[in-house]
Design a protein around this ligand. Sequence first.
Ligand SMILES: *Cc1c(COP(=O)(O)O)cnc(C)c1O
Length: 342
Amino acid sequence: MEKKNLDWQNLGFGYMVTDYRYVSNYKDGKWDEGKITSDANITLNECAGIFQYAQCCFEGLKAYTTEDGKIVCFRPDLNAQRMADSARRLEMPVFPEDRFVKAVEEVVKANEAWVPPFGSGATLYIRPFMIATNPVIGVKPADEYQFRILVTPVGPYFKGGAKPITIKVSDFDRAAPHGTGNIKAGLNYAMSLHPIVKAHEEGFAENLYLDPATRTKVEETGGANMIFITKDGTVVTPKSDSILPSITRRSIMYVCEHILGMKVEHREVLFSEVKDFAECGLCGTAAVISPVGKIYDHGEEICFPSGMEEMGPQMKKIYETLTGIQQGKLEAPEGWIKVISE
Ligand SMILES: *Cc1c(COP(=O)(O)O)cnc(C)c1O
């Protein structure tokens, strides 16, 4: 397999048109058999449900090359499950979970030439998504949908090591109680664009959202879950029905408890206790773990003892273990690594 002639070491995190995508359409109550196509464009009626009432959900995962030359991806079955949950909440038809995993496999295989080589730090970002495609004007779910998977090579989230970032406590809310915060819906991101643009203008890397009802509990950032380490080395991660269940975060909790032998707590986290933690980080597919050095809260700063120079010691240990598992250097728990090509 001849790789594309790209400057793999210097890719950014952006979209690039690749050769193939997977498409399946839902009509008359059923999904068609699906296929790989080379057409990167979608033509839809102006009144399609996606345009009018934002009926859209998506997923994000990565395929990458391991040291021994295999192309793999990490826990795609959990993305399939989460997308099924998102679809149900948005009154969209579920794309069967086993077919989701097969489609990921197919589209990555078709685009093997675009999978970055081992050691480049780059990966093939996989974006499955589903949209409502037929016209609706009265408020109701559409009857026709498209499930599609696009792939695009992306660079490492952090070039030259993960420097701790500064985030701010947002005055905006991300997700209402009993709303859609726990699913991966496009609409959750539309409303986060204004707050993130404002935060960037003010010099912050991300927004930390508190629970909208009481503004006393930590939820998550716009696109990543939070993890904290207490001074005695316990891993603490916020629990709330309006937090998106990050696969990275769930994997980290498992690794901490079962491989690193750390104490793990998944519970409500009061913002008032954050100042007492030793380390803080964001976690998600793109960055794995991104250390937070400082949280700005309306004129006051919480500075973590791990500082602004590098990842704290516990976070580093967790980061190295998880990425070691993902890269095939450490033994993975059963079923975590899906081999796509040997
Ligand atoms: C996708 C996402 C995450 C990260 O989830 P992973 O499965 O770890 O990639 C966290 N928070 C939000 C709001 C997200 O949309």
